[in-house]
Each structure stands twice: as C-alpha cells, then as structure tokens.
Write a protein that binds this ligand. Structure first.
Ligand code: IPM
Ligand code: SF4
Length: 472
C-alpha cells in the first residue's frame, strides 16, 4: 500500500462509501453537542420522527450562554438572567432529556466548554472521527483524531445516521523543529504559524503539526495549537499519537480499560504518518525563532512579536492587505509603527477553549503570584474551561493567587471569548485575551481584542499594557 499520512489513515478507516464525483460518506465515532447549534437539528429529528442512530455516540454540555458569575449560576438554568441565553440552555436540557442524550448540565462539575470536556472525560480518543456543531472542534485532533466542525443541518444528519458526507482534503505538514525558548508557549507557536501562513493558508487542507516542538509539547499544548487550525483556514489540525497521547488518555472516565485498552493502544500506535508519506504542502519553522506573540489587528494573522511595532503599510504585501490594515488601525485605535508594548489594556480574559485548561491556569498563576493587577485595568477574569479544571485549580490554591492579585475567579463557560453571554467588552476597550478570534465585535460591540498566551495575558494585567513576559 502506498505510504499514508495520518489524515489518510483516519479517513480510510472511517470511509463508508465513495462516489465518482469525489463525495464520500464517513462514519462518525463521537458527536459533541452544545446549545447554540443543536436546537434546529433536534427539531428536524422530531419532525421526521427519528431517533439518534447511535445514542451513546452523542454527549452534550451547555457552554456559550452560561453565566460565569457564581451568584447567577446558583439557581441553574432558571437563574440565567438573559432570556435568549436561558432559552438556549433550557432547550438543550429538554432535547437531551427527550432523546436520552448524556448531558453535563449547567451545574454538573463535568460541565464546561465542549472542547475542554471531550478530551478531559476520555470521550474523545485517538483514531476517532469527532464532530461538533462548532468550528473549534479541530482542537480534538491533538489526540490523533480526525475532528472538525459541522453546520446545524449536518448535526441533524449525524444524529440521524451517524455518518457525514465529506470531500477529502489535501494534506499539509507544518513542521516546527528545535526547542522553544523560555516563556514561549504553544499559543505563541500557533499564532506565529498563522502570522506566517495567513488565515487562508490552510484552506482545503488537513494540517498535521509535527517536529520536535510538538513531540515535546504536552497534550494540553497540542490542543491549544490544533484549536486554532481553523484560524489558519484549515478545518482539521492533528498531531500524531505518541506516548504522551496514550498517557493522557489512560484512566479517563470514558477511556477503555483492561483488554480493550490494550487492543486500543496497539491500534493507536499506528496513528502517525508513514515516514515516506507525501504531503501536498510542507511548511517548516524553527522553534527557537518564535517569540511571545500579540495580535494587534482584527484577524488572527495580524500578529507580531512582543518586541515589534504595529506594522506600517509599506510592509503590506498587496493592496488588499493595505486596506485590511488601514481598517484595522482605525478599529483598534492604533497608529502604524507604534510599539506593541505601548498598547494599554482595559480588561484581561484568561479562558476559552484555546487556553482554559489547568496548565494554562498554572502558567498565568505563576506570573501573577504575589503581585497586583494594575489599577488602570478595569476587570481581569479567569474562567476555567470546565468544572473539573476549576476544581483542580482550587485544590492547588491557584484561585487564591488570582483573587489576591485582583482577578475574578469565575464559573466555567465560553465567557468573554464571544459576546454571547454577559461577559463583554465595552466599545473601544482593549482586552488581553487568551481566546482565538479577534474579529471586529467578537468580544462585544466595538471591543478590541488582542490574542496572547496565558502568561502574556497575566503579565499585561500586572503592567496595564503589553510586556514581554520573559523579562517581567
Ligand atoms: C457558536 C459557534 C457556532 C461558534 C463556532 O462555530 O466556532 C463559536 O464557538 C465561535 O467560537 O465562534
Ligand atoms: S470558547 Fe470561544 S472559541 Fe471556544 S467554543 Fe466557546 S465561543 Fe467558540
């Protein structure tokens, strides 16, 4: 058999049928659901009088619309103040009860951002096909899965048939070799990749992240990287299975045990690209060249090193980019050429499916410990990605480090990552955010998002403006 990439193998293993027109039917192993993209799918299922085809493949949790302030969470769904949010979360509860789908409800300790919960529970395992009505489903590729977002009509299709019509993507290899410098994190790696290849660089590809940097990276770091594959235009991001993957999965609530575990591990060990596999595109970078990153504009490719300046128009590659930058200067209230370290922050958000796992919280806490949030910062919040992450952080005393410094310690959810709940920016406010999107209005109408790592967000909170965490 011809040499295969990891993507080829995962595709092949799930291929049900292939047509001459290039469309294929693939089998889906795991379907994650949240409140935003599921209501119409459930409605369609009801109207057609269908039941989920394989009930146990589906697991749901509310995340986008849940309030993160503890007092508002106390009464559960009924306590959600915003009518639309309350209705969305209540509808998910009703649908899951009606169809008998496992749901980690609002105050279940296992509730959280769907992309944090899936791997944490062992619901996502190497070799699976994983889908969710959410573009950041790419996150799960960190476990050596074929994982991508789907639309609401596809959510219904997967519920009804456990299959999905797809067209095979092209293969891209992003190889980052060598070692990362001190203070440089997985978030900086993925931001640097997007800065290099652009937000359309990965369009039509399944990206495999390979090389020393990803081999040395923890599973949580790999999730941070795969999470943002979609910001580089690729629906799929993946890392091959290795001992780190298998160690991570072992003992998780939904992971196999006993003889099934041994069989699974034997299969998982085959989940890597063959040595002579051919990729359609190969990008190579040196880990040592990557510095802490900050996004200055309104697209995840508008990113520079912390020591750099907001780029000037003469550095733009064409007129389209010139226009985009001109608009971004205006929206962000920045001047071309100004040092990034001059940008003051009004709010700080540590959270989102990119950076709300325990290692992220530990990294931020390590910077914060014994120091104070700058007086000029109006609000700084830490939002764990799940109830279990929050619990773990509390058992390590990290919540105390944050609250002593002036941070708020919130309940799990998507929170300020997107303006779909009460956590929002006011117009013109600058936010140091560990999330993944910095589009206009993403964190609130007129809000100005700067994407950074948890350590960099923590340092910005203390300084009141962006600083290089390596010497702060
Ligand atoms: C609401 C949901 C459909 C959306 C997504 O698909 O990614 C959201 O999670 C986001 O991050 O913008
Ligand atoms: S945390 Fe943000 S990016 Fe992730 S699923 Fe929620 S809204 Fe989307």
């Amino acid at each position: 058999m011809a040499a295969q990439t990891l993507y080829d193998k995962l595709w092949q293993d799930h291929l049900v049928n292939q047509r001459d027109d290039g469309s294929s039917l693939i089998y889906i192993d795991r379907h994650l659901l949240h409140e935003v993209t599921s209501p119409q799918a459930f409605e369609g299922l009801s109207l057609a009088n269908r039941d989920p085809w394989r009930l146990s493949a589906n697991v749901a949790t509310p995340d986008h619309n849940v309030p993160t302030v503890a007092s508002e969470r106390k009464e559960g769904v009924a306590g959600i103040k915003d009518d639309v949010s309350r209705l969305q979360v209540a509808t998910l509860d009703e649908n899951c009860a009606k169809f008998n789908i496992t749901e980690f409800t609002i105050n279940d300790v296992r509730q959280g951002i769907v992309h944090v919960v899936g791997p944490e529970q062992g619901l996502v395992l190497p070799g699976m096909t994983v889908v969710c009505g959410d573009s950041h489903t790419a996150t799960h590729g960190a476990l050596g899965c074929l994982a991508h977002g789907i639309g609401t009509s596809e959510v219904e299709h997967v519920l009804a048939t456990q299959c999905l019509v797809q067209t095979k993507m092209k293969n891209m290899l992003i190889k980052v070799d060598g070692k990362l410098g001190e203070g440089v994190t997985p978030k900086d790696v993925v931001l640097a990749i997007i800065a290099k290849i652009g937000t359309a660089g990965g369009t039509g590809y399944a990206i495999e992240f390979a090389g020393d940097v990803f081999r040395d990276m923890s599973m949580e770091g790999r999730m941070t990287v795969c999470n943002m594959a979609i910001e580089a235009g690729a629906r799929v991001g993946m890392v091959a299975v290795d001992d780190t993957t298998i160690e991570y999965v072992k003992g998780r609530p939904y992971a196999p045990t006993g003889e099934m575990w041994d069989k699974a591990v034997a299969y998982w060990q085959t989940l890597h690209s063959d040595g002579d596999a051919v990729f359609d595109t190969v990008i190579e970078m040196a880990g040592a060249d990557i510095a802490p990153q900050v996004s200055w504009g309104t697209s995840p490719e508008m990113v520079v090193d912390i020591s750099a300046h907001v780029p000037t128009l003469d550095a733009a590659k064409d007129d389209v980019q010139k226009d985009a930058w001109t608009r971004a200067y205006e929206y962000m209230g920045l001047t071309a050429g100004q040092p990034v370290t001059d940008i003051k922050v009004d709010r700080v958000f540590i959270g989102s499916c990119t950076n709300s796992r325990i290692e992220d919280i530990r990294a931020a806490a390590a910077v914060i410990k014994g120091r104070r949030v700058a007086d000029s910062v109006k609000e700084a919040i830490v939002v764990a990605g799940s109830g279990l992450v929050k619990q773990q952080a509390e058992s390590e005393g990290l919540d105390k480090i944050f609250t002593a410094a002036g941070f708020e310690w919130r309940e799990p959810g998507c929170s300020m990552c997107l303006a779909m709940n009460a956590d929002k920016l006011q117009p013109k406010e600058h936010c140091a955010s560990t999330s993944n999107r910095n589009f206009e209005g993403r964190q609130g109408n007129g809000g100005r998002t700067h994407l950074v790592s948890p350590a960099m967000a923590a340092a910005a909170a203390l300084a009141g403006h962006f600083v290089d965490v390596r010497n702060y």
